[in-house]
Ligand binder design. Structure first.
Ligand code: NAP
Length: 496
């Protein structure tokens, strides 16, 4: 047992119980969790990473054109500002590099066990027994699952997907051995991923066919490089970088994130005007413009941000295919009008299974109840961080949290600080097992579902935000509310 003295109140020295913590996943949130656990004085930390590299989504998504559409100076840790981002919206590889650097600088690699996938977690005796793919077992007092949201590729249910004789892969499993130069490439989907790929590859390929099931609104983006002298200024004057971050955080929240949760807001109307004008001005052919015009409100689906998509799709070697796909054949994609679109490569930019949180790990909670059973009607967590019946298990970027319209790094930082306050109760001996109360979780969920009805996400489109009930699986309030509730746990909502 170690004795720690709080700096500000030395008279209240507390004997802290040593805790053993497991972090699952070494992506953006897992790296953060390791850093913050150790800063809090919890040194016995193991981070399990199933792959052989860290970086999560930025390791897995390496498709051409990948970038983050949240400004990089906000999509970065508050404690590790990066003056050297090359653009306001930096490419994926740069973000991956940044995460790697932060992890190295904070000694995170020392505790990561690469190539070890957690297979089972069983709650017993105030802690969790974990078994990994290597057969190792370990017992931990707390587990932080940082297993990601957009993680499990969703393959489309298209007949003949196995018979194609060219190269075919999901956007998150990009096959870099396939050279696209001079090839006939088909991209299925029109989400953020497909739009980025289209802009990035159109000039290299012989022909690009974009298979659009549903058109997207596109927010224009002017993503110029940040000049070297400006980066030098950020390096020499960290306070200017801090100011930039604060400005971006506020304007991103007020002008975008808060707008989409209020379908009647003036800010959303402004976004609508911008997107409509973008389409009007950038697409000259009225027939193509009509085919690219969505029949739903701007930002009902996750808004696509792109500076080059409309130009790309108007290139002579690009075709927008709007006739539904009938099936895939050995030499291409046949659409419902009988046309065979002959292709050498098919990219499935068809999104992710967003309801798989934590799974396929088999999680057996208090009383032997599995997470699959608890979530039979869909994933549910109190404030997206903890699940009734699963004590001492905390989720980062868990179900129904702020996703899609915020910097997930900001979100994870707030969640970690909230979780650490709960973990402090375990260390101080106030509790040995913490879980949210079922009634508090149900009340939160009822309020969330009700608030979700005011968001733009329910105004008449289908999207990955909507769960099986058609309820947006997302935080339906302004970001400041999330910041407020994450500031300090309301312990009346927990069973200690
Ligand atoms: P997505 O938004 O879920 O888009 C999937 C696309 O595939 C949709 O256009 C969908 O059409 C289409 N599709 C699915 N099944 C199909 C089928 N059987 N036949 C034809 N089309 C089919 O996935 P994503 O583009 O990978 O993006 C997921 C999320 O990742 C984004 O919303 C964003 O949050 C994040 N992301 C962010 C960035 C960024 O920061 N710039 C980049 C990439 C991804 P329907 O619309 O008709 O369903």
């Amino acid at each position: 047992m170690c004795v720690v003295t709080e700096d500000d109140r030395p008279e209240r020295a507390v004997a802290l119980r040593p805790l053993r913590a497991a972090v699952i996943g070494a992506g953006m949130a897992g790296i953060l969790a390791v850093i913050k656990l150790r800063e809090a004085g919890i040194d016995d930390v193991v981070c399990f990473e199933k792959a052989d590299d860290l970086g999560g989504t930025w390791r897995e998504n390496t498709y051409p054109g990948i970038a983050c559409d949240v400004p990089s100076h906000v999509y970065s840790y508050s404690f590790a500002p990066n003056p050297d981002f090359s653009r306001m919206f930096s490419p994926g590889e740069e973000i991956h590099e940044y995460l790697r650097r932060v992890a190295v600088d904070h000694g995170v690699l020392d505790v990561v066990r690469f190539g070890e996938e957690v297979r089972t977690m069983v709650y017993d005796d105030g802690g969790w027994s974990l078994t990994t793919s290597s057969g190792r077992q370990g017992h931990f007092d707390v587990v932080i699952a940082a297993t990601g949201v957009l993680h499990h590729p969703r393959l489309p249910d298209i007949e003949g997907i196995d018979v194609f004789e060219g190269a075919i892969f999901h956007s998150a499993r990009w096959d870099h051995d396939v050279d696209l130069a001079g090839r006939r490439v088909g991209v299925v989907g029109t989400g953020s991923t497909a739009i980025q790929i289209t802009g990035a590859v159109v000039d290299d390929v012989a022909h690009l066919s974009l298979f659009q099931r549903t058109p997207q609104w596109v927010m224009p983006l002017d993503n110029q490089p940040i000049p070297p002298q400006q980066r030098a200024e950020y390096r020499e004057h960290p306070e200017r970088l801090r100011e930039l971050r604060e400005f971006l955080e506020t304007s991103f929240a007020e002008n975008f994130a808060d707008a989409v949760v209020d379908a009647d807001s003036a800010a959303l109307a402004k976004i609508e005007d911008i997107c409509r004008a973008n389409l009007e001005q950038r697409v000259t052919d009225p027939v193509l413009r009509r085919r690219l015009t969505p029949g739903y409100r701007v930002a009902c689906k996750r808004l696509v941000v792109s500076g080059d998509f409309y130009d790309a799709i108007q290139r002579p070697n690009a075709t927008l295919v709007t006739t539904p796909i009938d099936r895939i054949e050995p030499s291409g994609i046949r659409t419902a009008d009988g046309t065979l679109h002959e292709l050498d490569v098919i990219v499935l930019a068809t999104g992710f299974r967003v309801d798989r949180f934590v799974r396929p790990i088999e999680v057996s909670g208090a009383g032997g109840r599995s997470l699959d059973e608890a979530w039979a009607d869909g994933p549910l967590a109190y404030l997206s961080v903890a699940v009734p019946g699963f004590p001492n298990l905390f989720l980062l970027n868990g179900p129904n949290g702020p996703v899609g319209n915020f910097s997930l790094i900001q979100v994870a930082e707030l969640q970690v600080s909230y979780v650490l306050q709960l973990i402090a109760l375990l260390r101080e001996g106030t509790s040995t097992a913490i879980e949210p109360r079922a009634d508090a979780t149900a009340a939160f969920e009822a309020e969330r579902v009700e608030a979700a009805q005011r968001t733009v996400w329910v105004t008449g489109c289908d999207s990955w935000y909507l769960d099986a009930r058609g309820v947006p699986a997302a935080w339906p309030w302004p970001f400041r509310r999330f910041r407020d509730v994450m500031a300090e746990p309301d312990l009346s909502a927990f069973q200690l």
